[in-house]
Write a protein that binds this ligand. Structure first.
Ligand code: CP3
Length: 340
């Protein structure tokens, strides 16, 4: 698999590419299948529909990897928090976690309830072309904890930060609980058929350096350490969003570092490029305009050259109103321009 070879810095015939949020509303085929489920959670937990949606971008865009169709919030949901995906508003937990009692009340072994995730991975792996990789994923403990504490997306992270500085023991208790669930959850994804795993820390950039290292990165390191000990041949991708200024402090047992669009790739290459394969980081909004997209691709490929050690991706997820034609063109352009 070209994608897996690139994760381990082996020579590949071209730079592999896939797109974060490559399945979703910008595809009419997704919209069609979404209608068949009563809501987003029902869609994620229907093995037949989730498998079909996972495969859509591989067929439509011809990307080098499929990513499991699910969401980072299904784990906190399985831990006992009622979850709603309200149209326009986004995800929302109907209960929050703000006391030690509430942390203790969360279900243990929640990963055992997520059988539909494992079944979807197994079903997709059986149907996916053998040259294409299947990526499993989870949220990072910090990002999941913040959602659970706030109850929904936030601009200020008010409750999480207040707790972090005034009752850090509660935050650590929650992060510990999430970490042990995530190690088991991600291991199960490998056993079910995932060829690589990615950990999304979307809210990493909410914290100052010292706090991020203590409450965010330390837990990612624990997870990757545990996974590497058990599954050394499965590449691990980390994606801490918004921490370009902290790169020199970020190390651990993983193969690929995902760069968001706000992190200059030349800088990431200089600081991390010897140790980690880089993935990223085209600004998704460039896909609104063909010319802007072509320029963005040229800049990235000029920076990374044709050397192994790079996986092309967006610097964050696909947006719901991006033209699919540009996504298709992006994949073929990268393949053509990066051919060795
Ligand atoms: O990349 C993929 O194609 C795989 C599927 C995937 C989804 N969510 C599907 C989804 C992945 C990897 C995620 C991760 C995710 N979910 C993250 C981390 C990555 C990031 O974007 O920073 C986060 C923070 C979430 C939480 C989440 N889920 C939000 C904020 C939203 C609403 C945003 C929106 O675009 O409406 C979701 C819903 C969601 N997850 C959708 C999809 C396709 C849209 C659901 C719909 O209305 O059809």
């Amino acid at each position: 698999m070209i994608f897996i070879d690139a994760c381990f810095r082996k020579q590949t015939p071209y730079t592999p590419i896939w797109l974060m949020r490559q399945a979703g509303r910008y595809l009419s085929e997704y919209q069609e299948l979404r209608k068949q489920a009563k809501d987003f959670l029902a869609l994620c937990s229907d093995v037949h529909l989730a498998s079909a949606i996972t495969l859509q971008p591989v067929e439509i865009l011809n990307v080098d990897a499929a990513i499991l169709f699910s969401d980072i919030l299904v784990l906190p949901h399985a831990m006992g928090l009622p979850l709603e995906f309200a149209p326009q508003i986004g995800p929302r937990f109907l209960e929050t976690v703000r006391t030690l009692e509430q942390v203790k009340a969360l279900y243990s072994h929640a990963y055992k309830r997520l059988t539909y995730v494992y079944d979807t991975l197994t079903s997709v792996r059986a149907r996916l072309d053998k040259d294409k990789a299947l990526i499993g994923f989870s949220g990072a403990p910090w990002t999941l904890a913040t959602y659970m504490i706030e109850g929904q997306g936030s601009k200020t992270y008010h409750h999480s930060k207040k707790m972090l500085y005034s009752q850090p023991e509660i935050v650590h208790a929650l992060l510990e609980k999430l970490t042990s669930e995530l190690i088991a959850y991600l291991s199960k994804q490998i056993e079910a058929g995932a060829n690589a795993l990615m950990i999304f820390d979307s809210w990493a950039g909410a914290l100052e350096l010292e706090a991020y290292l203590t409450f965010g990165w330390a837990y990612i390191q624990k997870i990757t350490h545990a996974l590497k000990a058990k599954h050394p041949n499965i590449p691990l991708i980390v994606f801490p969003k918004g921490v370009g200024a902290y790169l020199a402090h970020l190390s651990g047992e993983f193969e690929v570092f995902g760069c968001d669009w706000g992190t200059p790739l030349a800088m990431a290459k200089e600081i991390l490029g010897d140790r980690y394969v880089l993935q990223g980081n085209l600004e998704p909004a460039r896909l609104y305009n063909q010319e802007a997209m072509i320029q963005g691709v040229a800049r990235i490929l000029n920076t990374m050259g044709k050397d192994p050690g790079f996986i092309f991706n967006l610097g964050h997820g696909m947006l719901a109103d991006l033209p699919r034609a540009h996504a298709i063109e992006l994949v073929s352009l990268v393949r053509q321009k990066s051919r060795r």
